[in-house]
Design a protein around this ligand. Structure first.
Ligand SMILES: [Zn+2]
Length: 120
């Protein structure tokens, strides 16, 4: 998993949403991601063990959704994010702003925050 993969996830997300483009992804040694007008920053820890691929997809989708649906974690944002995740066969279970679980196409839990130590 590297920057190229993250960019591919972002590009596919934009394509599946029928949108034109988002700013380029960059990996940054930081705690939180950010969707700015020049870059979408993804923290380095996201692409490291123990986070599953589905969580990486979620994280990129979350930042891409900030670009399209605004910077607050309000109902409209979550509706947009839920729709966008469904294009990846993923369903979020929310705990306030972020997710506590991700459910895959087959109904299985593919990410559970509780099972990941020190995770977001
Ligand atoms: Zn956010």
């Amino acid at each position: 998993m590297d920057l190229k993969d993250l960019q591919a996830i972002a590009d596919l997300t934009v394509e599946r949403l029928g949108r034109a483009h988002v700013p380029p992804i960059r990996l940054k040694n930081t705690l939180r991601g950010r969707a700015g007008k020049d870059f979408i920053s993804i923290p380095l820890w996201v692409i490291h063990y123990p986070y599953p691929l589905e969580f990486v997809i979620y994280y990129v989708v979350h930042e891409v959704c900030h670009y399209f649906y605004g910077f607050r974690h309000d109902r409209a944002f979550k509706a947009g994010e839920t729709k966008t995740l469904s294009l990846w066969g993923l369903k979020p279970i929310y705990a306030r702003a972020y997710i506590k679980k991700l459910i895959g196409d087959n109904g299985n839990i593919v990410y559970d925050k509780k099972t990941i130590q020190n995770g977001m």
